[in-house]
Design a protein around this ligand. Sequence first.
Ligand code: CO8
Length: 258
Amino acid sequence: MAEYEMILTEAQGAAGVIRLNRPQAMNALCDQLMDELAQALRAFDADPAIAAIVLTGNEKAFAAGADIREMQPRSWPGTYLNDFIAPWEAVLGVRKPVIAAVAGFALGGGCEVAMMCDILLAADNARFGQPEIKLGIVPGAGGSQRLTRAIGKSKAMEMVLTGRMMDAAEAERGGLVARVVPLAELLPEAVALAQKIGELSPPAVAMAKEAVNAAFELPLREGLRLERRLFLSLFGTEDQKEGMAAFNEKRKPSFRRG
Ligand code: CO8
């Protein structure tokens, strides 16, 4: 496995756990950290023993945003010609489910990376925000778009315009996170979720992720067509035969055959 300085990686059964590890800077997302994250995501995505990836930080911060020290001297048109946010999209290229396990601050780019993941689990101390406006900028890695789709215009507008943070309970009420769990249970819950996904059929899991994500990008008619094609194609897998036979024979299915 590759050597990393700013992240820690570990396989826990079928869960590939990536921990952002720059505690002295609240896990601020600098170029090196984002490069390492992209490498680790690709490695777990390519590893057949891994069913889902868990992305987490520490108890105080998932990530407090892009690294403000690194960003301060940047100027335009250099930012435009050398788009430093582009490598962040590595998260979006992962085909396996990515679970963000958020404790503490998820601010700015930290909130944006969490929202690029497929499922958000929050610890009870999690706080989400897009405080870019206080720095004289606006969100640049999806904050204005994904937050608005997740929690609606009025709440998103208030947060993006003022930098107000949302606590875990409000994030769950608003639909940003799937579940809130006590801090001590955050990582075990996220790993258990990944293990549960690991018991299912890999092609069905990959297609389920593709179908739900399409709902954010395609018009309804196109999304429904894509869903139908994916659904029908799964009848070509051994796992479909196994899943339905197991139900009818009242036993547990044994998947991972494709
Ligand atoms: N960048 C760099 N360093 C940071 C960051 C950051 N985003 N956040 C915290 N740190 C550092 C602090 O400078 C401090 O370092 P030091 O000890 O050397 O002084 C250390 O982490 C601890 O932080 P604090 O002392 O501030 O800890 P507190 O508990 O008092 O406060 C907060 C914690 C509330 C998280 C506070 O640190 C904070 O407000 N951080 C900045 C949050 C922020 O503004 N984030 C948005 C950044 S902009 C962004 O993410 C844009 C992304 C997309 C850009 C697209 C452009 C095209």
